[in-house]
Design a binder for this molecule. Structure first.
Ligand code: ATP
Ligand code: MG
Length: 735
């Protein structure tokens, strides 16, 4: 018996009519403009496979641009699975990765060699400072960070120093920015280096001015595919346009409702420009959503309908099981309860056999992952943070913890070494070498060696003074620990050591998030009675780090979740000030509010089957409780699509500024308590698990034990192996 012959291209059968049209329209410019989950990425990958299967192109003749490395990996897999073989030698990756690869081939055209280095922000800053110094700029008056962002903006807009139009000039440093920009670029060339912004800038410049190079790429790239097109910035657009002018076979897919990078200069304008630059472009619209159940889709659509600046489109669910469960909106007493709720539901899902990699927690701001990470660790649920490090592995957190370790344990050389010149105090290699020598010779830890070193003239007066200041600080903080408590002292340490200033003066995009992480760290410390107990907890968390393969819950920011999908999605922290983010609103007003709403839309539309949104009524700010107002987005969700749980009755509209950008850490000592007005919350819920004397429990670090005393949420436990300890009840499970 012969099996019936497989249809020639059965991957086409997995598309609907519109998608199929988009895949089969191979020649000429094509724009797919469609809502979330309508199969835009599927169209791109199928189109890629179709190009190869029909012999239109060899794998290396297709240029495909994705938004993240994760998306590039997924695309490679999807193409591979359609073709049923792995494909190599692809021009597939993010804008930056592709630009870097091209630039290495033509580096000499911009005065570099192919082995050029890509500078990180630190090096970039240092270099800018040197350039500014050489030009006699008063660095106090004109911080280099300001210049850095001016230059970045020019680079994002494809402007080299000699091509800055009048409308784009800057008055930074009395109109000297252009000259500084030119000098900085010249310095980079002498160092055979470039910064991130240079990658697309240089390559675009090469393609613009070197017709023979451009022509070579025109011959190579017969087809161009671009995902998440709504978030391209101008320089990327210019690069694409140059490359596409050859065959004009460019296919871009995007969704204006998911444009979430306007702060990086991504513009809806690029979508509109497409039709102008590629006359005769075919526009395809997709309206069937295959990802989410009807309630999830309707909730998201109802929310985004509040935005005014939209191109507008319809979306209907194409899932067979389209009915589905409503979106849950859960109101909780505080952030601890929120983390417990999310952890509990994930635990339940795991028991029901749900694959953990199909579960995601999506947060607005990076610092929010901390509470969930700790909860997942306690429950022994493996997780991964995408698009960034785990909370306690983030640079600023490690630095801060090194300070605390150095205080609590003067012999902790690793910690001392990490902080001795962080922030930069002018302790150069010679000073550090002298310190180590002293420590070896005298056989004492570095901190004591430092005490002795400053009594000598082995190092120069300036570094000596800096070191003395640090040591005096440490003595002072150590003395204050008893009296003021570890949380107050921790804030002092970060401020007085100049550590927070270091990030405040840093204008990189991540700096504000790092400051938020530090605040979150202080908040975490309030859960512990002493610095020692906190550090012990950290050790436990770090120890727990598993690099195992296997299914893990995903934690990421909403920005990092773009293009991804999960069966079960948790969206915590929907509170005014946090989401929509106060910082965005302060900076961009009504326009930003629309962007925040698009982010909310991105979040909800990541879910296939279950979507749980939550907010906490109270957040702890530096040991004090502050009311949080539910996000206005919660009220904008169509009531018919949601299911409310918890006790919040009414949400008055009072903007919260607790999380606003400028608040110094020290202001956390005097929190502004927001009058929440007439809204009711159920009383603090009873703990799910009340522990009583005699209960057998399990603790991640100390193992099994029996409760011997209960004082509110603090337990005294006699552990079988670790002896008697006082721990918070949230860190143990009934055994
Ligand atoms: P986003 O805007 O979030 O990036 P998208 O438009 O790129 O979404 P895809 O990720 O391509 O959407 O598709 C969403 C889901 O729907 C995927 O799981 C995909 O496999 C599935 N899908 C797409 N088209 C179809 C179809 N014709 N039949 C069945 N499933 C489909
Ligand atoms: Mg997509």
């Amino acid at each position: 018996m012969n099996a019936p012959p497989a249809p020639p291209h059965d991957y086409l059968a997995r598309l609907n009519a519109e998608q199929r049209a988009a895949v089969e329209t191979l020649d000429g410019p094509l724009l797919v403009l469609a809502g979330a989950g309508t199969g835009k990425t599927r169209v791109l990958t199928t189109r890629f496979a179709h190009l190869l299967m029909t012999g239109r192109a060899q794998p290396h003749q297709v240029l495909s641009v994705t938004f993240t490395n994760k998306a590039a990996r997924e695309m490679r897999e999807r193409v591979g699975s359609i073709l049923q073989r792995p494909v190599e030698g692809l021009w597939l990756g993010t804008f930056h990765a592709l630009a870097a690869r091209m630039l290495r081939r033509h580096a000499e055209l911009v005065g570099l060699t192919s082995s050029f280095t890509i500078l990180d922000t630190d090096d970039q800053q240092r270099l800018l400072k040197q350039v500014m110094d050489a030009e006699g700029i008063d660095l106090k008056r004109w911080p280099p960070n300001g210049l850095m962002s001016v230059i970045q903006r020019w680079k994002d807009r494809g402007l080299t120093p000699d091509r800055i139009p009048v409308a784009e000039t800057s008055d930074y440093a009395n109109n000297r920015a252009e000259k500084l920009y030119a000098a900085y670029q010249a310095r980079l060339v002498t160092l055979n280096a470039c910064d991130f912004g240079d990658l697309p800038l240089h390559i675009t410049e090469i393609l613009r001015t070197q017709p023979d190079v451009l022509e070579r790429y025109h011959r190579t790239f017969r087809y161009i595919l671009v995902d998440e097109y709504q978030d391209t910035i101008l320089v990327q657009y210019l690069w694409l346009r140059l490359l596409a002018q050859g065959h004009k076979n460019i296919c871009c897919v995007g969704d204006d409702d998911q444009s979430i990078y306007s702060w990086r200069g991504a513009e809806i304008e690029n979508i509109l420009r497409f039709e102008r630059d590629f006359p005769g472009a075919v526009i395809v619209r997709l309206e069937q959503n295959y990802r989410s159940t009807q309630p999830i889709l309707s909730a998201a659509s109802g929310l985004i309908a509040r935005n005014e600046g939209r191109l507008g489109k319809t979306l209907r669910s194409g899932r067979k099981d389209a009915s589905g469960e409503r979106v849950r909106v859960v109101s909780l007493w505080d952030s601890d309860e929120e983390a417990r709720m999310v952890g509990g539901r994930i635990e339940e899902a795991r028991r029901d056999g749900q694959n953990l990699s199909e579960i995601a927690i999506l947060v607005r701001a990076g610092f929010q992952t901390r509470a969930f990470e700790e909860r997942l660790i306690t429950l022994n649920i493996p997780y991964r943070v995408y698009g960034g490090a785990k909370f306690y592995e983030r640079q600023e957190i490690r630095d801060a913890i090194a300070y605390f370790r150095a205080l609590s344990q003067p012999a902790d050389d690793l910690a001392f070494e990490r902080i001795v010149n962080t922030p930069k105090r002018g302790l150069g290699d010679t000073a550090i070498a002298a310190l180590h020598r002293m420590s070896r010779d005298e056989q004492v830890p570095l901190r004591f060696a430092a005490e002795r070193l400053i009594q000598t003239d082995a190092i120069r007066p300036r570094p000596r003074a800096a070191l003395r200041e640090l040591l005096e600080g440490m003595t002072r903080w150590n003395a204050a620990l008893e009296k003021e408590g570890h949380v107050v002292v921790a804030a002092q340490v970060l401020e007085e050591s100049g550590y927070t200033d270091m990030w405040k003066n840093d204008r990189s995009i991540e700096a504000a998030g790092r400051l938020d992480n530090l605040k979150e760290l202080l908040r975490a410390m309030t859960d512990f009675a002493t610095l020692g107990a906190f550090l012990e907890h950290i050790a436990l968390v770090m120890e727990n780090d598993d690099n195992s393969e296997g299914a893990k819950v995903g934690l990421m920011t909403l920005h990092a979740a773009k293009g991804l999908e999960f069966d079960m999605v948790f969206l915590p922290g929907w509170e005014e000030g946090l989401f929509p983010s106060q910082r965005s609103l302060d900076e961009g007003g009504a326009k930003s509010l629309e962007e925040e709403r698009r982010l909310a839309y991105v979040g909800i539309t990541r879910a296939r089957k279950y979507c749980t949104i939550s907010h906490a009524a109270n957040r702890r700010i530096y040991g004090n409780w502050v009311n949080s107002i539910p996000s206005r987005f919660l009220e904008e969700l169509p009531e018919s699509e949601i299911m409310r749980e918890g006790g919040i009755k009414q949400a008055p509209r009072i903007p919260s500024s607790v999380f606003s950008a400028g608040a110094p850490l020290s202001s956390m000592r005097r929190p502004r308590v927001i009058e929440a007005g007439a809204w009711e919350v159920d009383q603090r819920p009873e703990r799910e698990k009340a522990f009583s004397v005699g209960t057998r429990v399990f603790h991640q670090k100390f193992g099994y034990g029996r409760v011997t005393g209960v004082d509110d949420d603090k337990l005294e436990i006699e552990f079988e192996r670790a002896g008697t300890k006082r721990v918070l009840d949230r860190f143990v499970e009934p055994a």
